[in-house]
Design a protein around this ligand. Structure first.
Ligand code: SAH
Length: 213
C-alpha cells in the first residue's frame, strides 16, 4: 500500500516536474522514476519527497529539487563507462542517480554525519559503485582523477581550479557559481579531446554554499 503510494508520487514527479519541463533523456527519467527518493529524507518528510522543491536534511543542508537533479544530470550526458566525481553528497540522492548511469562515482561530503548516513543508505539500497568520502571537496579528489564527469551540488564563489585540472579530456563539469548565497548560475565547463576548456552559462539556481578550504 505505502509502496504503491510512493511509486505513484514518483511517477507524477517524473511526468509533471521533469518530462513536462523538457527533460528528455530517458536514462535520467528512468533512474529518477525508479530510485526511492523518499528513503533519502527523514521519515517525517517522506510524504513530501516527491514535491517540487528542496527539503531540509539537517545541518543546514538540503536535498535538491528533483528538476534540478534531473537538469544537471542530463547536462552530464553520462555513459556506462564513465567515472564521476560529485562534490556535496548531502543525503546521497544525486549520487544514487549518478550511480545508476555511470561506472564509478566518488562523492565528497565535508559534514561527517551526512557522509556516514548517506554512505550507509547507498550501500543498503545496493548502489555499490559509489564511494562516499568525508572530505572537503574544494580541491577535488586527486586519487581518482581524471574524471569523465564532475558535478558540484553546492554554490561556489568561483570555479575551483583543481576541479578543472581533474576533469578528463572530452569531460563535462556542471557547477553552480555565484558570489551571493543562494543565488548562482549553473556553469557548464567542458574539455575537448585536446584538453581545451570551454565554458558556458546555463540556468539560475539556488544552492547552499560550497565551503572553501
Ligand atoms: N547532492 C545533494 C545535495 C547536497 S546539498 C542531493 O543529492 O540532494 C550540498 C552539500 O554539499 C551539503 O551536504 C554540504 O555539506 C556539502 N558541501 C558544501 N561544501 C562542501 C565542500 N567544500 N566539500 C564537500 N562537501 C561540501
Amino acid at each position: 500500500m505505502h509502496k504503491t503510494f510512493m511509486e505513484n508520487l514518483r511517477k507524477d514527479m517524473v511526468e509533471n516536474q521533469l518530462r513536462q519541463r523538457g527533460i528528455t533523456d530517458d536514462h535520467v527519467l528512468d533512474a529518477m522514476g525508479t530510485i526511492p527518493r523518499h528513503l533519502f529524507v527523514n521519515e517525517d518528510l517522506q510524504n513530501e519527497a516527491y514535491m517540487d522543491g528542496p527539503l531540509p536534511i539537517g545541518f543546514g543542508q538540503t536535498i535538491s529539487q528533483p528538476y534540478i537533479v534531473a537538469y544537471m544530470t542530463e547536462i552530464l550526458k553520462l555513459e556506462q563507462q564513465h567515472s564521476v566525481l560529485e562534490v556535496g553528497t548531502g543525503c546521497g540522492y544525486q549520487a544514487a542517480v549518478l550511480s545508476s548511469l555511470a561506472q564509478k562515482v566518488i562523492s565528497l561530503e565535508r559534514i561527517k554525519e551526512l557522509a556516514l548516513s548517506s554512505r550507509k543508505q547507498l550501500q543498503e539500497l545496493g548502489f555499490a559503485n559509489v564511494d562516499v568520502i568525508n572530505a572537503n571537496g574544494w580541491n577535488g579528489y586527486q586519487k581518482g582523477a581524471p574524471y569523465d564527469r564532475i558535478i558540484v551540488t553546492a554554490g561556489a564563489k568561483k570555479v575551483p581550479e583543481a576541479l578543472i585540472d581533474q576533469l578528463a579530456n572530452s569531460g563535462i563539469m556542471v557547477i553552480p557559481v555565484g558570489k551571493i548565497m543562494f543565488s548562482q548560475t549553473l556553469r557548464i565547463i567542458s574539455k575537448d579531446n585536446n584538453g581545451n576548456v570551454i565554458k558556458k552559462k546555463s540556468l539560475p539556481v539556488r544552492f547552499v554554499r560550497l565551503v572553501n578550504k
